[in-house]
Design a protein around this ligand. Structure first.
Ligand SMILES: C[S@@+](CC[C@H](N)C(=O)[O-])C[C@H]1O[C@@H](n2cnc3c(N)ncnc32)[C@H](O)[C@@H]1O
Length: 271
């Protein structure tokens, strides 16, 4: 499929402007962030204390989804777009714990993310990790570079976790996902995690409005119904599109379901 979006200027590292990957890293307890990120992160967390639990629930979903895809579905290839800064249990670590031969391509448009990824996200000897400096708005370029490492004639799990809400135009976001999924073989999977305000309502919307005044890239919240549309044409797995804390959680005998967070997710198979 042709990728007709205009070429985008490469992003340069700017430590004076807070950035989503570094704030996310701060909320996850990481060290790869600057004062400007911690300040922005603290301000958002003061408005919306649940945001830290949300970031952690997002990563816990990533681990459960990959364990399922590698363990139960036999997926051995992963394309993780919007990698984020390395933290505990990154995609290749979870996948290669299940299957050491797993091959992973990480793609991100933040130069700091990619510098860290190249240094820290290193593969098991049996498998492979590759890194693509690419923008989600140029899906054709990401696919072409990912093909160095992934065999697109065989199933791939496409991971779009915490990234689609950085595409402001909803129709463009759907079109990007259609483009990427169109390149995958039958039996491939799509996993999405996306911010919403379905749980905390105005508090989440105010925190995101503040974020959009001080941070980059901007965030666009979508409803669970809008998030579900990303899976059109695919077979959505149980339990459907839900808060990521409730996607196949490890339930304790007491306490019931975990609290919902404003990050909704789903996993679907390409028929
Ligand atoms: C909130 S982090 C999510 C990290 C990780 N996927 C997770 O769920 O924990 C968002 C990531 O998407 C990247 N990102 C944002 N917009 C992007 C775009 N248009 N193209 C590529 N990467 C992008 C950011 O640099 C950042 O690393």
């Amino acid at each position: 499929m042709a990728d007709d979006t205009p070429a985008l200027p490469a992003l340069k590292l700017d430590t004076t402007v807070s950035h989503s990957a570094r704030i996310w890293n701060y909320w996850l307890g990481g060290k790869d962030n600057y004062a400007v990120d911690r300040e922005a992160g603290d301000r958002v967390a003061a408005m919306l204390p649940s945001i830290v639990a949300q970031a952690r629930a997002d990563r816990a979903f990533l681990a459960r989804a990959i364990r399922y895809l590698a363990g139960e579905e036999g997926i051995r290839q992963f394309l993780d777009i919007g990698t984020g800064l390395p933290t505990a249990d990154n995609t290749h670590q979870v996948a290669q714990r299940v299957a050491p031969r797993s091959r992973i391509v990480y793609a991100d448009n933040d130069p700091m993310v990619l510098t860290h990824a190249r240094a820290l996200l290193t593969s098991s000897p049996e498998g492979a990790c590759d890194y693509v400096e690419g923008d989600l708005r140029e899906p054709g370029k990401i696919l072409a570079e990912a093909a160095r490492t992934l065999d697109f004639t065989r199933p791939v799990a496409l991971m779009l976790l915490g990234i689609l809400h950085h595409i402001p135009d909803t129709e463009q976001a759907y079109s990007i996902v259609r483009h990427l999924v169109g390149a995958l073989a039958p039996g491939s999977f799509l996993a999405i995690n996306h911010s919403t305000s379905a749980v905390h309502g105005a508090a989440m919307e105010e925190a995101v409005a503040h974020w959009n005044r001080v941070g980059t890239p901007s965030m666009t919240l979508r409803s669970p119904q809008q998030i579900a549309r990303f899976f059109d044409g695919l077979d959505l797995l149980e339990p459907g599109v839900v808060s990521c804390s409730r996607w196949r959680p490890a339930l304790s005998p007491v306490g019931g379901q975990p609290a919902e967070v404003d990050e909704f997710c789903g996993v679907a198979r390409k028929p």
